[in-house]
Design a protein around this ligand. Structure first.
Ligand code: UDP
Length: 238
């Protein structure tokens, strides 16, 4: 392990990453994701993963279409668990030991979220996959990724994005002068109103000086690169 390799990371995968742009889970996509994570784990990095659920349901969208927000959010959280199980399956096929821990109890399919046990799994080289968000409506999985990282003592939150490879000074799709940022402080990001994760997630990282790497997952190999600490995307730090 090189000196600047992370010891423990939390990787946030969006639901979009599982569906390949469609509703549900695309096994080919999940297999490719699992292979990259396995390659990162092989280097000795302890990897915990927070999985989104936008490929199934987003509470806010269902609310706009007439559903009760809290109930819709629970549907969203249950969607994340399906992604967790798919990822667990493909990671195990790659020879990686895994545990799924959920914030909503479902004893037949996953352990309950227990931070000390999660740390123990990580120390044994297992990948821990956190599902069901925070178990609370009105939260996002970005926020959960920051919270879990703080609670289990991860050194960084790796936030993978689809359709964008880094943070820019402006939207690169509409502004030809947009500049790509390799790194930026939390204060500077706030000042420039560069909100790459939701505000709650950003505040948690900022208030606790927990670095956040925002990077694009579209290029093959980027998940592995991010896990092993290669320079890519944008590092937001104190
Ligand atoms: N969600 C929630 N509480 C949480 C995490 C998630 O209510 O702690 C719900 C919320 O409805 C959200 C959905 O689960 O829209 C899916 O999560 P998210 O939108 O964060 O997934 P992603 O956009 O990363 O795929």
């Amino acid at each position: 392990m090189s000196q600047d390799t992370y010891r423990r990371v939390v990787l946030k995968l969006s639901g979009e990453a599982f569906g390949g742009g469609a509703v549900g889970v695309d096994p080919d996509v999940v297999q490719a994701v699992a292979r990259q994570i396995a390659a990162g784990v092989a280097v000795g990095v302890q990897v915990a993963i927070v999985v989104g659920g936008g490929n199934f349901f987003r509470g806010a969208e269902l609310q706009r279409r007439g559903m009760d927000r809290a109930r819709a959010d629970y549907m969203g959280m249950l969607g994340t668990v399906m992604n967790c199980l798919a990822l667990q399956d493909f990671l195990e096929k790659e020879g990686v030991d895994t545990r799924v821990q959920t914030a909503i109890a479902m004893a037949q399919v996953a352990e309950a979220y227990l931070p000390l046990r999660a740390i123990r799994h990580l120390e044994k080289g297992r990948v821990v996959i956190f599902g069901a968000g925070a178990g609370m409506p009105y939260f996002s999985t970005d926020t959960v990724a920051a919270q879990r990282a703080l609670e289990i003592g991860a050194q960084v939150v790796l936030v993978s994005k689809n359709g964008v490879d880094a943070v820019y000074t402006a939207d690169p799709r509409t502004d030809p002068n947009a500049q790509r940022l390799d790194d930026i402080t939390f204060d500077e990001a706030l000042k420039r109103e560069l909100m790459v994760v939701d505000q709650a997630a950003f505040s948690l990282c900022k208030d606790n000086a927990l670095p956040m790497l925002v990077f694009g997952a579209d290029d093959d190999g980027n998940l592995r690169r991010a896990i092993v600490g290669e320079q890519l995307g944008t590092l937001i730090h104190a």
